[in-house]
Structures are given as structure tokens and as C-alpha cells.
Design a protein around this ligand. Structure first.
Ligand SMILES: Nc1nc2c(c(=O)[nH]1)N[C@H]1C(S)=C(S)[C@@H](COP(=O)(O)OP(=O)(O)OC[C@H]3O[C@@H](n4cnc5c(=O)[nH]c(N)nc54)[C@H](O)[C@@H]3O)O[C@H]1N2
Ligand SMILES: Nc1nc2c(c(=O)[nH]1)N[C@H]1C(S)=C(S)[C@@H](COP(=O)(O)OP(=O)(O)OC[C@H]3O[C@@H](n4cnc5c(=O)[nH]c(N)nc54)[C@H](O)[C@@H]3O)O[C@H]1N2
Ligand code: SF4
Ligand SMILES: [Mo]
Length: 715
């Protein structure tokens, strides 16, 4: 007799990854098994398609190498020898070790480290705070990604309020500045293309000829980290030629005359010398920006991953104010939509019921913190979840050295045996998005996305929050807010947040569960940010001059300064270092997916792009193995010789797993752990490396896939 065919049910979900799009998904489930994973065809931003990374998500969920039960280290740290243990044993061991550490050193000796494996309210937000506050653990300064830009946008404009992507079609001019949406914000691309078909000019400002830049009407290629000067140069021309909107500035801007004076220092000739962009091009772009209205400036976080990133974004935010384009449909700033909803901090964290965090450790300094920078007490236990710092965080060699400390007790909660999990004492198996429930607030579109658990956890995997509930219980914490099921947490945060967030009017747990996608409640359907002329800053205006910056000991006016790493004099020639930019890979999300065979195959051999002139002077040929090296460390990659990168600049995508690379390293063995000018920002791209050819270590011969990628894919 044939087995009965089980009915298929469709469960609404949300892509959990660190991507502005937060796609709405549909999971088809038969029995306990997900049989199909697809985009919601009716969602106005997802529009029925998923990116190349997440389309094969079922391959991730059902990957044969998923971690499905807890493991205890039996070999040396990092050796990869494990024994299977039960959850009861794992939780008892972790709680026992922590209680001992707390008794001897205090809670500050425990450091939770999490970031963006999922962006869910509960599995990342709440899970990053509640248990740790209760424990009195060290806090983590979460500044690896876009901290400087977020702070600069909030200081200048008052809030992170991106427009509706559909408004891009109304723009006459769109400047994409240091941002590569073809890979990193793919659902914006159809809107940009539609705009171009309508006659909109698309300008891309990026040292690299990216997939996005290939589609632009104009591509300007500044020297890295000179964008602040370029923006001030444009402002110079706008004021000098009377293209500024003085009537608007008088009403809506604080310190516009001071900005005018500051910009006077950035004449086109000086800016040309700094940026490498011809003075005539600077003048021409300023004239275009001052006359083509509405004009949109769209950027993300890549441009600010430099030592001067905060001031750079301050200068970018000043541009639309100078031409009166804020609050205009199709104009303004398109950065993040994260400010439409502010979750109630107390409901998320319950910090008011806990001791104040004893200290905060900047996540970019993890290696330093584990190797002596942090004392009294030193970090004795590290708990990593939703992050892969060995492969994703800067100065990775130092992190590995820290993780090898015998007196450090490391727990990693993961879906896979990552570069970081390999160094754990205990590894806990984590659920994927199909096996957990969560609420997502996108940073690139304007709907809440609810993710309903679609299938039971694989093996013994547990969600972050369920694991924390177990750990809280084992630690003897009996606060009800450490015991709630996930739905109760979401309800509590929603209920506490609704009164202060008009955008949450009518949003309930029940509605989210029923509808999956719930648009924000705006005063009117086509609402444009800042159209009411209200800027939630201390002055109520756009703060071109910003006391908030001065209070931080920083220049209250935008200015440009060369990052220290670049300022050092270097002799020209084959030993001259190149600036290494390590931007997003098309088929990975930082290190997530960089272990999925089909996606790894699409990216090809780990590579670095080098300009033909730089290659020739170093004796590097296309396809040669090269070593990138500086005082922090080295890694080896395959050279792709191309004028897609300008002279003096090398580009290698982020995300590769060291343990899947022939040299056991990746680009982050070279990246700086220096802190940027604002908000503790990472400075990945303010990085110089010497590049030279080396004998090939057993590198796989799949250059073809890399070459195919460079020919540039659209999906
Ligand atoms: N496919 C894919 N998508 C992703 C990610 C991923 O890893 N892969 N990561 C996600 C995350 S975590 C984030 S934060 C976002 C980031 O989104 P983006 O900011 O769009 O991505 P990046 O590739 O980091 O940087 C964008 C561009 O900045 C350029 N750039 C670097 N330095 C400079 C500079 O000094 N001046 C100028 N003008 N340009 C510069 C790089 O060449 C790069 O093309 O993307 C998200 N989406
Ligand atoms: N060189 C270089 N490095 C960079 C950057 C750069 O520009 N250049 N960009 C930086 C940026 S912008 C960012 S945001 C960071 C991101 O760095 P990380 O936040 O460390 O992100 P990932 O590398 O994607 O690692 C996330 C991990 O979380 C796991 N995970 C996913 N979901 C869950 C879950 O529900 N529970 C648990 N326990 N685990 C889960 C995944 O399997 C994955 O291993 O990387 C930074 N790294
Ligand atoms: S990574 Fe971004 S584009 Fe891809 S499915 Fe997730 S939200 Fe959509
Ligand atoms: Mo990021």
C-alpha cells in the first residue's frame, strides 16, 4: 500500500540575515519536513524573489554538517576532537564553570559575544541582553558594522528614516555612495533600474567597479577614505555657485553658515588632490546635484568602515540639507529605516532590575581583550552566539591566540562547526530560522516581518532564547522575564513599545501571527520622512553644526582627515603597500553561507583584485598565488588582475572561512582592530597590505568560477 500523502501547509516567515531587505518568505511543510522555501509573491519589496544566497536555504537547514547535538572538547583547543554530551551535561557544566568564575572574579569576567547571525528581536536582541544583565556580565560595544554611520545620521538628522524604495522612481538623480546594492540590498535594484528607465541619472561613487557601478550612468572612483573631502568639495561648489537652498537652510538647518565657512576650505583643486577625482568632475557633479531635483543620496555601511567614517557620514548627511532635499519625495537620504520603531529598552533588556553592566568591551578589540588589554578581571569565559568572530572580526590572528588560552572557558552556540566553534570548550547546536519564532524589524524597508516556526528543531538544536532560558534556570535565576516563551517576550516588547511608536498603532502579536507582514502605520499612505519639517535633534533642525559631536570631543562641523594607517609615508615601488578593501561577497552574508558547497563554488577560489600596473610592478600575473601581509598578519589569495580596481587599491571579498582555505586564514588576519572616529566603529578598510607573489599552496583549480563571478552576475 502506498504511504499516505501528507498535506502541505504554508508557513509565513522572514529572512533573518543581516541584510536591509528582510524578505518575506513562505515555507511549505509536509509532516515535519520543509519541502519548499520561497519568497512571498505579494510583498511589495520582496516581490516574489529571494537572493542567490538565501534561495537555497533548505540546503542550509538540511546540510549534512549541521550541528545537531552538544559537544565537549577532548583534544587541544582548536584541534577538532570532540565527544558528544547531552544538553543536561552541557548546561550543568556551563553553569558550574560560570558560578565558579563569578565567585572568584565577578560577573565582569564573563563576556557574551553576538552580532548578526540573525537580526530577530528575541533570538538576537533580547538574547544579547537579559541573561547577561542579570548575571552582571561585561557588556559588548556592538560597533563592528555601521555604528559610526548610525550615530552620525542620528546626530545630524535626528533619526534613521529611509524613504519607501518606490520613491526612488521619482528621483531625477540618485547618487549611490560607497554602497553596492546589487549584492547587499538586491531588492532595491529593480527600483533603481526602473528609475533609470524613467531617465533618472544614476551615479556611483566607489573605488571599485562594482556590479552596481557597471550599471551607473557615471562612476566616480575616489581614493579610499577620501569621501568626506569629496562631499565637502561638492558643498563648497554648491555654496560658491549659489546652488544652495538658503530659504530652506534658514528654517531647517542649524549651523549652515558655519558649514559654508568650513566648506570654503575644500575648493575643487584641493579636493581633487585629496580624492584623485578631477576638479572639473567635482564641479560638474555639484552642479548636477544642485539642479536635478529631486535628488537622492543612498549609502550603507561600507563607506564608513574607515578611521574617519563618522565624519564622512556627517558630510554626506549635510549634502541634501544644503540643497533643501530633505522631506522631499524622491529626494533626501536613503540610509536605514531602523528608526521607524524603537523597541522599549527596558522591556527588551530588563536592565533596570539588574546591576549596571560592570564594563563594556568593544567587539572590534576582541583579540586584544582576550590577550591582556582587559584586566581586573580578565575575560575568563566567552559565550559566542550568532557570530563568527574568528572569520569575521578584525585582527583575527590575535583572536585565535586569545581563544587558545587554557584558562579561557569558551562556549559557542552555532548551526555549523565554524572557525570560531572549533576553538570552543563546549559547542551547542543552534536552530535555523525555520526552527524558531521571531519578530524582525527591517533596516531597509517599512514593514514588520514575523517569522513563525515552521518545523521542529533538527536533532537536539535549540534556539538562542530557549538555550538562555535553560542557562538562567541552571544559574538559579527565577525572574519571570528569563523564563517566558518567545511569543510572550514578543508580546511584552510590543505592548511596552506601542505607546511611544505611532508606527506600531494596531500592531499586535495576533495580527503579526496571522498576517506575517505588517506595514508601519504612517500618518498618510505615501508618507515621506521629514516632510513635516521636524528633525528630532536637540535644535529641532538638521544639525550641520552639532553640539552632540562637540560633547564627544569631536569636531562639531564635518571635516576630513586621512586615516592614520594611510598617513604613514611609504616609498613607492613594489614594496609599497596597497589599500585593501574587503567588501561584501555576492554569495555569502559575511561568513554565513561561506560553507555551503554550491555557493562556495559560485564564488570560486578566494581571490584578490589587483590593478594591472600594481601587478606588473610586483611581478604578479593573473591567477598567481599572492601573499597579503602587514604587521598584523598575512593571508594568501589568488590574484585577479583587473582594472576594476584603481591603482593602489586591492579588493578581496569578506566572508571566507579560514578552515576552508588552503592557508587556514582569511583577509581578517590583516585587518586593523583600531577604532574609528565615532561610536567605536570598526575600520576594516583603513588597511594597508604588502602584496607579493608566492609559491602556490595546494589551491583548488577553480579560477573559472571566480572569473565568471567577475563577469558579474545579476541575481
Ligand atoms: N551579498 C551580501 N550582502 C550583504 C552582506 C554580505 O556580506 N554579502 N553583508 C551585509 C552587511 S553585514 C552589511 S553591513 C551591508 C553592507 O552593505 P554595503 O555598504 O553596500 O556593502 P560593502 O560591500 O561592505 O561596501 C560597499 C562598497 O563600499 C566600497 N568602499 C569601501 N571603502 C570605500 C571608500 O572609502 N569610499 C567609497 N566611496 N567606497 C568605499 C566598497 O568598494 C564596496 O563596493 O551589506 C549586507 N548585505
Ligand atoms: N574584512 C571584513 N570583515 C568584516 C566586514 C568587512 O567589511 N570586512 N564587515 C563586518 C560586518 S558589516 C559585520 S555585520 C560582521 C558580521 O559578523 P558576524 O555577526 O560574526 O556574522 P557572520 O560571519 O555571518 O556569522 C554569523 C554566525 O551566526 C550563526 N547563526 C545564524 N543564525 C543563528 C542563530 O539563530 N543562533 C545562533 N546561535 N547562531 C546563528 C551563523 O551560522 C554564522 O556562523 O562582519 C564584519 N566583518
Ligand atoms: S539575504 Fe537579503 S535579499 Fe537575500 S533573502 Fe535575505 S533579506 Fe532577502
Ligand atoms: Mo554589517
Amino acid at each position: 500500500m502506498a504511504a499516505p500523502v501528507l498535506p502541505v501547509r504554508v508557513v509565513r516567515g522572514a529572512c533573518p540575515h543581516d541584510c536591509p531587505d528582510t524578505c518575506a518568505t513562505l515555507v511549505h511543510v509536509q509532516g515535519d519536513r520543509a519541502v519548499k522555501f520561497e519568497a512571498d509573491p505579494d510583498h511589495p519589496f520582496t516581490r516574489g524573489w529571494l537572493c542567490a544566497k538565501v534561495r537555497p536555504y533548505l540546503e542550509r537547514v538540511y546540510a549534512p554538517d549541521r550541528l545537531t547535538h552538544p559537544l565537549r572538547r577532548v583534544g587541544a583547543k582548536g584541534e577538532g576532537r570532540w565527544e558528544r554530551i547531552t544538553w543536561e551535561e552541557a548546561v550543568a557544566e556551563i553553569a558550574g564553570r560560570w558560578q565558579g568564575i563569578i565567585a572568584e572574579h565577578g560577573g565582569a569576567a564573563i563576556l557574551p559575544y553576538s552580532f548578526s547571525g540573525t537580526l530577530g528581536l528575541v533570538q538576537m536582541g533580547v538574547s544579547s541582553f537579559r541573561l547577561w544583565h542579570r548575571m552582571g556580565a561585561s557588556g559588548l560595544e556592538r560597533s563592528i558594522c555601521g555604528a559610526a554611520a548610525e550615530k552620525a545620521v542620528v546626530l545630524t538628522l535626528g533619526a534613521k528614516l529611509a524613504p519607501d524604495a518606490a520613491d526612488l522612481v521619482r528621483s531625477r538623480l540618485i547618487i549611490i555612495w560607497g554602497h553596492n546594492p546589487a549584492s547587499t540590498n538586491p531588492h532595491a535594484m529593480p527600483f533603481l533600474q526602473e528609475a533609470q528607465r524613467n531617465g533618472t541619472d544614476l551615479v556611483v561613487i566607489d573605488p571599485r567597479r562594482t556590479t552596481t557601478a557597471r550599471r551607473a550612468d557615471l562612476h566616480l572612483r575616489p581614493r579610499p577614505a577620501t569621501d568626506g573631502a569629496l562631499a565637502l568639495g561638492l558643498i563648497h561648489v554648491l555654496f560658491a555657485e549659489g546652488l544652495h537652498d538658503e530659504a530652506w537652510l534658514r528654517v531647517h538647518a542649524h549651523g549652515w553658515e558655519a558649514l559654508w565657512e568650513r566648506a570654503a576650505e575644500y575648493d575643487p583643486e584641493r579636493v581633487a588632490a585629496i580624492t584623485g577625482i578631477a576638479a572639473e568632475q567635482i564641479v560638474a557633479l555639484a552642479r548636477r546635484y544642485g539642479t536635478a531635483k529631486p535628488a537622492m543620496l543612498k549609502f550603507a555601511d561600507g563607506v564608513q568602515r574607515h578611521a574617519n567614517g563618522g565624519q564622512t557620514v556627517r558630510a554626506l548627511c549635510a549634502l541634501p540639507a544644503v540643497v533643501g532635499q530633505l522631506g522631499v519625495r524622491g529626494g533626501g537620504v536613503y540610509y536605514s529605516a531602523g528608526g521607524y520603531v524603537s523597541w522599549d529598552g527596558e522591556a527588551v533588556t530588563h536592565r533596570g532590575e539588574c546591576p549596571p553592566p560592570p564594563r563594556t568591551i568593544n567587539m572590534n578589540r576582541l583579540g586584544a581583550a582576550l590577550t591582556g588589554e582587559v584586566t581586573d578581571p580578565p575575560v575568563k569565559s566567552l559565550y559566542v552566539f550568532g557570530a563568527n568572530p574568528v572569520a569575521a572580526s578584525p585582527n583575527a590572528g590575535l583572536i585565535v591566540r586569545g581563544l587558545q588560552r587554557d584558562d579561557l572557558f569558551t562556549v559557542v552556540h552555532e548551526q555549523f562547526m565554524t572557525d570560531t566553534a572549533r576553538y570552543a570548550d563546549i559547542v551547542l547546536p543552534a536552530t535555523t530560522q525555520l526552527e524558531q519564532t521571531d519578530l524582525h524589524k527591517p533596516y531597509g524597508q517599512r514593514h514588520l516581518q514575523y517569522n513563525t516556526q515552521a518545523i521542529p528543531p533538527l536533532g537536539e538544536a535549540k534556539s538562542n532564547w530557549d538555550t538562555m532560558r535553560l542557562l538562567a534556570e541552571a544559574m538559579g535565576y527565577d525572574e519571570p522575564w528569563l523564563r517566558q516563551p518567545v511569543e510572550a517576550v514578543i508580546r511584552e516588547v510590543l505592548d511596552a513599545s506601542r505607546a511611544k511608536n505611532p508606527t506600531l498603532a494596531g500592531v499586535t502579536l495576533e495580527r503579526l501571527q496571522a498576517e506575517g507582514t505588517v506595514p508601519y502605520a504612517f500618518p498618510e499612505p505615501d508618507w515621506v520622512p521629514f516632510a513635516d519639517g521636524v528633525f528630532p535633534t536637540p535644535s529641532g533642525k538638521v544639525e550641520l553644526f552639532c553640539e552632540g559631536m562637540a560633547a564627544l570631543g569631536l569636531d562639531p562641523l564635518p571635516h576630513w582627515e586621512e586615516p592614520a594607517e594611510f598617513a604613514a609615508e611609504t616609498a613607492p615601488g613594489p614594496d609599497a603597500p596597497l589599500t585593501l578593501i574587503t567588501a561584501a561577497a555576492h554569495h555569502f552574508l559575511t561568513t554565513s553561507m561561506a560553507n555551503q558547497p554550491r555557493l562556495v563554488a559560485k564564488e570560486g577560489t578566494p581571490f584578490v583584485e589587483i590593478h594591472p600596473g600594481d601587478a606588473a610592478s610586483r611581478g604578479i600575473t593573473h591567477g598567481a598565488q599572492v601573499r597579503l601581509e602587514n604587521e598584523r598578519g598575512w593571508c594568501e589569495l589568488r590574484a585577479v588582475v583587473t582594472d576594476d580596481v584603481p591603482p593602489g587599491v586591492a579588493v578581496a571579498p569578506k566572508g571566507r572561512w579560514a578552515s576552508l582555505s588552503a592557508d587556514g586564514r582569511n583577509v581578517n588576519w590583516t585587518t586593523p582592530d583600531a577604532i574609528g572616529d565615532l561610536a567605536g566603529q570598526s575600520t576594516y578598510h583603513s588597511n594597508r597590505v604588502r602584496v607579493r607573489p608566492v609559491e602556490s599552496v595546494a589551491a583548488p583549480a577553480d579560477m573559472e568560477a571566480g572569473a565568471a563571478l567577475l563577469a558579474s552576475v545579476a541575481d
